[in-house]
Design a protein around this ligand. Structure first.
Ligand code: 5RP
Length: 266
């Protein structure tokens, strides 16, 4: 692996081999998502606990102070919106590699939609992006997207999508956690896997359990947004999840960290 590629990956994946990525890219198809109406304000208190942020160039330029930030994973795919939900798989590449370099991105990220009508198009998008990014030593993180079909998130589907992303050259794959068979998803994917959280759930312990179990089964960390920044106590969530990832805390210990911060705040 080239020095530049290694260096960029090591900005993202910490010396313990793990990572906490904070995605705030949701507006690229959802618009001003709840609690992300002003992304700069949302991330300010939680940024210290993230290893990297994932976002689009527009939000990076307008809402993030270049002097006070974290490594950037630049989302470079899009071109769809919730106004046409049935066409969420119709993504193209929106941002050039030249722009990613200008913005000093540590990695770029894009979605593939395996099993959708435009599977082929999105897989070629990934292949072409990898071809170009490898020239410059920029890692590509593939996002195994399901659009509104959240029910697709079972081990068989996720294993298929993750393996294809790795085969096409992604250096990291972002996927979803599934309770049954997640170890098979990891085993079949020769590059590191991080998990997203999906829509916010009611119980923080549920999130701690996912993260802990995913790590036990071989994930290297998370790319987790809404279950952190849509929570009423985002800093407590970020610190508790960070403890699971970087300090091997159990879900129970993470809950205790969360409760302590919450009660100090209330
Ligand atoms: C949106 C994304 C998000 O970055 C990803 O889904 C992670 O965020 P969350 O934990 O809120 O699901 O790729 O398409």
């Amino acid at each position: 692996m080239d020095w530049g590629m290694k260096n960029r990956l090591s900005q993202l994946i910490q010396p313990d081999g793990r990572c906490l990525f904070l995605p705030i890219d949701h507006g690229y198809f959802q618009g001003p998502t709840t609690k992300l109406e002003e992304p700069g304000k949302t991330i300010e208190p939680i940024l210290p606990y993230a290893d990297a942020i994932m976002l689009t160039r527009g939000i990076l330029r307008s809402c993030v102070d270049p002097a006070k930030t974290k490594p950037v994973i630049l989302r470079v795919s899009g071109g769809t919106s919730m106004a046409r939900k049935e066409e969420l798989d119709h993504e193209g590449i929106t941002t050039s590699v030249r722009e990613a370099i200008r913005l000093n991105a540590s990695a770029v990220s894009m979605s593939i939609f395996v099993g959708s009508e435009r599977e082929h198009q999105t897989l070629l998008n990934l292949s072409n992006l990898v071809n170009e990014c490898e020239e410059y030593g920029i890692p590509v993180m593939a996002v195994t997207a399901v659009g509104t079909e959240l029910g697709k998130r079972d081990a068989r589907y996720l294993a298929l999508a993750c393996r294809i992303a790795a085969e096409l050259g992604a250096r990291v794959v972002k996927t979803y956690y599934c309770e049954e068979g997640f170890e098979k998803v990891v085993r079949g994917c020769p590059v590191p896997i991080v998990i997203a959280g999906g829509p916010k759930v009611d119980s923080e312990l549920e999130v701690f359990n996912w993260v802990y179990d995913a790590l036990q089964k071989g994930a290297i960390g998370v790319n987790l947004g809404r279950n952190i920044w849509q929570h009423d106590y985002p800093v407590a969530m970020a610190k508790a999840i960070r403890a699971i990832i970087h300090e091997n805390a159990t879900p129970k210990e993470a809950q205790a960290i969360f409760d302590k911060i919450k009660s100090a705040k209330s």
